[in-house]
Design a binder for this molecule. Structure first.
Ligand code: HEM
Length: 163
């Protein structure tokens, strides 16, 4: 029920017919700019990202959407999401910051989706929640250590194909 709504919203925003792909470059860049404007409007987030290369952060969000939706569909975290969970655990990212990330994302979706309705917000939330909860509840040693090199290479290959 929610997957088709998520898919349609995703395709409207990124101007693509294929979930898992991001459409034309200008709309991808605009989406990431708006997301970071909202995300870094929270003072605790702005503090964490002070002096960070925002070019790299745009890649981070592309990878995030890919990994979070990948977690919702099979219901299992990928090795890459396990690596990200361990990284954020080490960075000391709090549950409140994760809520702010989700809120910034949902507001950005609403801003760009010209057919947005309450069900759209719910659909995105449903797709993001399993992965976000995995990050929220991650504790060191929860899952077998991932293979960071391979996971990273896979993520980088995927990012290299992005506009
Ligand atoms: C579900 C939510 C989130 C996802 C999926 C996510 C995803 C990512 C990804 C993919 C990276 C790049 C990692 C790499 O290249 O090795 C990253 C890095 C990072 N994330 Fe997140 N993130 C999330 C939430 C947050 C939140 C709430 C914060 C709080 C400020 C945050 C702070 C950071 C920082 C500081 C880095 C390292 C940046 C750098 O120095 O390059 N993330 N995240």
């Amino acid at each position: 029920m929610e997957l088709p709504e998520f898919h349609d919203s995703y395709c409207r925003i990124f101007a693509t017919d294929h979930v898992g792909m991001m459409g034309d470059a200008p709309c991808v860049a605009a989406f990431f700019r708006q997301f970071y404007k909202r995300f870094t409007a929270y003072p605790d987030i702005a503090e964490v990202f002070a002096g960070t290369d925002m070019e790299h952060q745009a890649d981070m969000l592309k990878l995030s959407l890919f990994e979070l939706t990948s977690c919702a569909v099979p219901g299992q975290p990928s090795k890459e999401l396990t690596r990200l969970a361990a990284l954020h655990h080490r960075l000391g990212i709090t549950p409140k910051m994760l809520d702010e990330w989700v809120e910034a994302l949902l507001n950005t979706v609403e801003f760009f989706d010209d057919h947005h309705q309450p069900a759209t917000r719910q659909a995105w939330l449903t797709m993001m929640t399993p992965g976000v909860e995995y990050l929220r509840n991650y504790r060191d040693g929860d899952t077998p250590a991932p293979a960071p090199q391979a996971a990273r290479r896979r993520g980088n290959d995927w990012l290299a194909g992005m506009p």
